[in-house]
Ligand binder design. Structure first.
Ligand SMILES: *Cc1c(COP(=O)(O)O)cnc(C)c1O
Length: 356
């Protein structure tokens, strides 16, 4: 029996999807491949409510985060930071030599649209980065409302890391004015790691053509050139692409996109109510995530012990608090293809172990 993952990425992958990884390979310069590519494309655009092209990166999400800032910034980038992954995006921007500043917000608080407006009024920036769902803290930033603000600034690009949210919570890329919306598939898509998808706007593509030194591997105009032929620029992770094709067909045609988001909401609310009954929730109220809950350890339990016992006796894995939150919190991923029944079983097991 394998270890069932309730971690906020990588997540549990269904056997039917795993089987897609072991089929015969096809060549990526064939019509057969292009048909797979087009099928994926149509469904990704539905999932993200967008007409923008959605590019495929054979890398983890961090690669696409790097693509966003190396291709999308001419003047100066503003990185909004309220958790580990938004902080990483600032590091990525800096280490690539892209001019940038960071706005630090306490980890338990959301990025508010008013703050974004205030900082953009300086006129210093032509791009901002925000993480939709901070996997380290279980906090979901108000991307729609931030998008309303960014729309007032014509030359500012809105770059969004949606890694642990995409395919688990609604993201309306076109309505919300998101110029790049990226996510690795090992989180709410519930697929094996190794592939990242990202929608890119015309505005971003136009900007990127004028940016010098915009990386070779993560070069948006070049990636887009091949996209127009329904191909990837370099040899892609073909097994993962087969798995993504099947998963998108299952999401769009079998479960239904809106039903999928509704199921995530139900699981989230169940975990949140449970957390409030026995513990507390780390993130500011009103911004709790639909895909991961960070539970504050206000009872002083031994978190490492709980995790070990879940693994050793029940073959279940949850996650400790991230970084400084280790042992002060623990995280439950309620995303991907898990069901409310799975979640109820997990929480009942935790109650047993802790004698709650
Ligand atoms: C997991 C995660 C990342 C990093 O993803 P990799 O695929 O490991 O590069 C970035 N941002 C968020 C919000 C994440 O949850």
């Amino acid at each position: 029996m394998h270890e069932k993952l309730f971690t906020p990425g990588p997540t549990e992958v269904r056997t039917e999807l795993l089987q897609q990884l072991s089929t015969a390979q096809i060549h990526h310069r064939t019509e057969e491949f292009s048909r797979v590519y087009d099928d994926i494309q149509v469904n990704l655009q539905k999932l993200l409510y967008t007409d923008n092209p959605v590019l495929l990166f054979s890398s983890s999400s961090t690669g696409a985060m790097e693509a966003a800032v190396t291709n999308g910034v001419k003047k100066r980038c503003l990185n909004f930071v309220n958790g580990a992954f938004s902080d990483r995006w600032h590091q990525i921007t800096k280490k690539n030599g892209v001019p940038c500043d960071k706005v630090q917000v306490p980890w338990d608080q959301a990025i508010k649209p008013e703050l974004v407006e205030k900082r953009l009024n300086s006129g210093n920036y032509d791009a901002i980065t925000v993480v939709l769902n901070e996997t380290s803290t279980g906090l979901m930033n108000p991307i729609k409302e931030i998008g309303e603000v960014v729309k007032k600034f014509d030359d500012v690009l809105f770059l969004v890391d949606a890694v642990s949210g995409m395919a688990g919570t609604e993201i309306r890329v076109d309505d919300w004015g998101i110029d790049m919306c990226l996510a690795g598939v090992q989180k709410a898509f519930a697929l094996p790691a190794g592939l990242t998808v990202a929608s890119v706007s015309k505005k971003l593509l136009k900007r990127s053509e004028t940016v010098e030194n915009r990386s070779y591997y993560f070069n948006l105009p070049l990636l887009y050139k091949y996209h127009q032929r329904s191909q990837t620029r370099t040899t892609p992770a073909i097994p993962q692409i087969f798995a993504l094709q099947k998963q998108l067909n299952d999401i769009v045609d079998d479960e239904g996109i809106e039903n999928r988001f509704e199921r995530h909401k139900e699981m989230a609310e169940y975990v949140q109510n449970w957390a409030l009954k026995y513990f507390d929730i780390y993130a500011e109220e009103g911004y709790w995530s639909n895909t991961v809950t960070c539970i504050e350890n206000n009872r002083g339990i031994d978190v490492s012990n709980l995790i070990n016992e879940l693994v050793e006796k029940y073959n279940i894995r949850i996650a400790n608090g991230y970084g400084d939150l280790k042992n002060k919190a623990f995280r439950i991923g309620h995303m991907g293809d898990l069901s409310l029944v799975d979640i109820k079983g997990l929480l009942a097991t935790i109650e047993d172990i802790l004698s709650l």
